[in-house]
Design a protein around this ligand. Structure first.
Ligand SMILES: [Zn+2]
Ligand SMILES: [Zn+2]
Ligand SMILES: [Zn+2]
Length: 343
């Protein structure tokens, strides 16, 4: 079983935005309170059994929390005590976080993440990297560095932004990070020089999906379902990936998480074939220079044809959750902080 919990679903300023008095920023609905975008992916060790309902990812899947009314718990949105957070039967699991923005500490506390098996970075903007100083707690309890996967360009940004953590003689107590390189098949200028290579996070195969964020290269991630991708050997010609991962079959069509995109090539769309769950950014209604708006995100979602799509990286200008959600096409939903979906 794999789960994705939305730790944050807001755009760079978060919702409410400081000082704003619009109806969304003043809304009492917890689904209108959005921390900076991040997601927690948990993979349980029962993956080999086809998941709890043995449906293998086709139907019968549970949107835990998706149909519930907004909770009134102390933390507005994230319910750390929910049954899906505890691990069925105390089983082992991997905890992988996508992006670590300025709300990272609050998000780890809210979702009760006690260990981290890896952080995947989509790009270097501060709303996705600004919380990394707080990995120190994981360094302390695991007595080990935290593994972070990022492209070389993003690694360069992290080395600059967190120079004290990468110093040859780091200041005592500085964050300890082990960087792993994502080869997205682009050079330092963002020019395509290859097709990008799937990589492995502690046994989980992750495929980088390339997009553009205006001019900035950004990567999304697909996990699971690759064995079922018939175009795999063609589409991934020079990827060096051997296919047939032991993890692939049990995750059904898998999920893909794409944020801060405003463009995706056809070749990258092919890597999303047969997807069960798509997460994609949708800022608001108006066209934007560096983000998909709602109309564009819905168009991409329709082309991908995943069984269900969740929209994230949402601005206060999107409108109230309760107003917008019912207007979306079937199978497409606004995500909100604390929502957990199962695959
Ligand atoms: Zn962002
Ligand atoms: Zn507002
Ligand atoms: Zn960004």
């Amino acid at each position: 079983m794999m789960e994705l919990t939305f730790l944050g679903t807001g755009t760079s300023q978060g919702v409410p935005m400081i000082g704003c008095r619009c109806e969304v920023c003043r809304s009492a609905d917890p689904r209108d309170r959005r921390l900076r975008s991040s997601a927690l992916v948990r993979v349980y060790d029962d993956w080999g059994s086809g998941g709890p309902d043995s449906s293998g990812g086709s139907g019968g899947l549970d949107d835990s929390g998706g149909s519930g009314s907004p909770s009134g718990s102390a933390n507005p949105n994230i319910s750390g005590g929910s049954e899906v957070m505890g691990g069925p039967d105390g089983s082992e699991r991997l905890d992988i976080v996508i992006d670590a923005g300025p709300d990272f500490r609050a998000q780890m506390l809210a979702a009760d993440v006690r260990k981290l098996d890896g952080i995947l970075m989509t790009h270097e903007h501060k709303d996705h990297t600004g919380g990394l100083d707080d990995i120190r707690a994981y360094n302390y309890f695991a007595a080990a560095p935290v593994d972070i996967w990022a492209t070389e360009r993003v690694q360069g940004a992290l080395r600059r932004d967190y120079a004290y953590a990468f110093d040859e003689r780091p200041y005592p107590g500085a964050p300890e990070i082990t960087l792993h390189t994502i080869d997205d098949g682009r050079d330092a200028d963002g020019t395509m020089v290859g097709n990008g290579k799937p990589f492995c996070v502690k046994g989980i195969v992750v495929t980088p999906i390339r997009g553009l964020h205006m001019r900035l290269p950004v990567v999304g991630f697909r996990m699971g379902g690759l064995a079922g991708f018939s175009g795999f050997s063609d589409g991934f010609g020079d990827s060096g990936f051997s296919g047939g991962s032991v993890f692939s079959d049990s995750l059904g069509g898998g999920l893909a998480y794409l944020t801060d995109f405003n463009h995706i090539d056809e070749g990258e769309m092919a890597k999303l074939h047969g997807l069960d769950t798509l997460v994609i950014n949708a800022l608001g209604h108006k066209a934007h220079i560096s983000h998909f708006n709602l109309e564009q995100a819905v168009e991409v979602a329709r082309k991908v044809g995943a069984r269900r799509t969740y929209l994230t990286h949402i601005s206060h200008r999107m409108g109230l959750y309760a107003d917008i959600e019912p207007t979306l096409p079937e199978g497409i939903h606004l995500a909100y902080d604390g929502l957990t979906i199962r695959l």
